[in-house]
Design a protein around this ligand. Structure first.
Ligand code: ADP
Ligand code: MG
Length: 271
């Protein structure tokens, strides 16, 4: 059974694309079959992985019936990880694309044409809680909310939670908050600590795993790679995503126990 996770954040630049890419990789490495979907009209993930190749076909082409579902999904070199790129989109058509994706039921049925073979679909969205993000939430089982650990972020978290509640009430009763994920947490910065304290005491659903602020992320984005792919020693930040994938797996199993069935463990002996 396929479960979809949508990134949801009111603010831009909080690390949605970074989290989507690195989390999708970490989940694939845990053995789940993962499809990473780029819903951002600016196409951050296709750009990251394809180094500026705007000719990748994907969702936009599928929506316009210009390609088959098989042609839209791009396998990667990582076993278990495939990509549904944004597709070919002239910037002047961005508005039509948003309207097409935002039309009721369209995104869900397009995704259903491609995501059947996958266990988990990670959907990267544009910033803000506009049409595209709402449509993704309406088509998803889970919302994951990255938030940047800085004082102004607290208000944006409440706003995003209200949108999730609204979508659950009006369009998609299956939708659950998978977690609020602190990102860019600065160990050497007191306001960042204060915000974390306020988050942990004031909101339900804040995850135990937090993503620290670290230079490796910009270095990795500049090379179009997940952090775990940088040459040299594996950074502790890459390990953070392994922890995040494990924590989210546990939450998903608790919220949707039917996920368990596809991953039965063989009996093992210790000695
Ligand atoms: P969004 O998709 O929410 O707009 P991005 O993932 O594109 O955000 O991140 C915005 C910028 O911040 C990128 O340059 C990225 O490399 C950088 N970044 C993301 N996460 C971190 C982090 N934990 N520490 C430092 N820089 C980060
Ligand atoms: Mg992005």
């Amino acid at each position: 059974m396929t479960h979809r996770i949508t990134m949801c954040s009111q603010k831009g630049g909080v690390g949605k694309t970074t989290v989507s890419l690195n989390l999708a990789l970490a989940m694939a490495e845990r053995g789940r079959k993962v499809l990473l979907v780029d819903l951002d009209p600016q196409g951050g993930i296709g750009h990251a992985l394809a180094r500026g190749d705007t000719e990748l076909v994907g969702l936009a082409d599928l929506l316009m019936e210009q390609i088959s579902p098989e042609e839209a999904v791009l396998p990667t070199r990582v076993p278990n990880l495939s990509l549904l790129p944004r597709g070919r989109l002239d910037p002047v058509d961005a508005c039509e694309y948003e309207l097409a994706v935002g039309a009721r039921g369209v995104l869900s049925s397009s995704l259903s044409r491609v995501d059947g073979p996958f266990d988990v679909v990670v959907i990267d969205t544009p910033s803000g809680l506009g049409l595209v993000t709402r449509a993704a939430l309406a088509a998803s089982d889970f919302a994951l909310m990255p938030f940047q650990a800085e004082p102004l972020a607290l208000r944006s978290v409440s706003q995003a939670l209200r949108v999730i509640d609204r979508v659950r009430l009006t369009e998609n009763p299956r939708l659950e908050l998978l977690g609020i994920l602190p990102t860019m947490v600065d160990r050497n910065n007191d306001p960042s600590h204060d915000v974390m304290l306020e988050m942990w005491t004031g909101f339900e659903g804040v995850l135990d795993t937090a993503i620290p602020r670290a230079d490796v992320f910009s270095k990795a984005s500049a090379m179009g790679l997940p952090v775990g792919f940088l040459p040299g020693r594996i950074s502790p930040e890459a390990r953070r995503f392994e922890m995040l994938a494990a924590e989210l797996d546990t939450h998903m199993l608790m919220l949707k126990p039917e996920m368990e069935t596809t991953h039965e463990q063989p009996q093992r002996a210790l000695l």
